[in-house]
Design a protein around this ligand. Structure first.
Ligand SMILES: C[S@@+](CC[C@H](N)C(=O)[O-])C[C@H]1O[C@@H](n2cnc3c(N)ncnc32)[C@H](O)[C@@H]1O
Length: 204
């Protein structure tokens, strides 16, 4: 494929990602995930928090050109999306991406990766400090060299809990302080976005 053809295809997929979004994820969030998957050349992506499947669609679109795969895990909290993944599966299959996605019903931190490794991880679960810390500790050892972790809603004050104004942001900052060589940045390229945190290891 020529660079021009790649550019045109990427533009088309970008507009499909935008069209995919309805509620839990913003358009800008999905585009950030899609573009990160492309930038990383990701073949294997892990997602904690399938929800309605909007982020799953963006991630699957990000790996489809390379025939990659997305594993998405959710415990189906009845207070959030208690349908056992029905809507998410529909969202993904209606876009012809079903063959790229493995849906698992599990507590994120209880999941057994069985030696699998990933180029990219996206975490969008309880938004509480303790679970986010535990999820980060679980996924970082699963990253391949150059792999990155993304966290949803790092600047969302709606998740404020006693003493933790921005719990996900705090979990990310604590991780970076405790792990020299790691970087943290907040991506919010569009107004209204609640921030996607990016964690990556400095090269070398
Ligand atoms: C905000 S929604 C995810 C939205 C999703 N990214 C989307 O695009 O629709 C959060 C999801 O995380 C799930 N969840 C919460 N805690 C979890 C845990 N400990 N393990 C697995 N899933 C969890 C909930 O059941 C819910 O479906």
């Amino acid at each position: 494929m020529t660079p021009r053809v790649c550019e045109v295809l990427a533009g088309r997929i970008r507009s499909m990602v935008r069209g995919a979004v309805r509620c839990l994820m913003g358009e800008g969030d999905c585009v950030v995930l899609y573009e990160a998957a492309i930038r990383l050349g990701a073949r294997d992506i892990l997602e904690f928090g399938t929800g309605l499947g909007h982020s799953t669609v963006a991630l699957a679109m990000g790996v489809c050109a390379r025939g990659g795969r997305v594993i998405t895990i959710d415990c189906w909290d009845p207070l959030v999306v208690g349908d056992g993944g029905k809507a998410a599966r529909q969202e993904v299959s209606s876009r012809g991406l079903g063959h790229l996605v493995e849906f698992l019903t599990e507590e994120a931190t209880a999941w057994d990766p069985r030696g699998r490794s990933f180029d990219m991880v996206f975490i969008d679960t309880s938004h509480d400090l303790g679970p986010t810390r535990a999820e980060l500790a679980k996924v970082v050892p699963l990253l391949r060299p150059g792999g990155e972790v993304f966290l949803h809603d790092v600047l969302a004050e709606i998740y404020a809990r006693q003493g933790d104004i921005l719990p996900i942001n705090r979990a990310a900052l604590e991780f970076v302080w405790a792990n020299p060589g790691w970087n943290y940045a907040v991506l919010h390229p569009e107004p209204g976005m609640l921030g996607i945190g990016r964690l990556w290891r400095c090269p070398g």
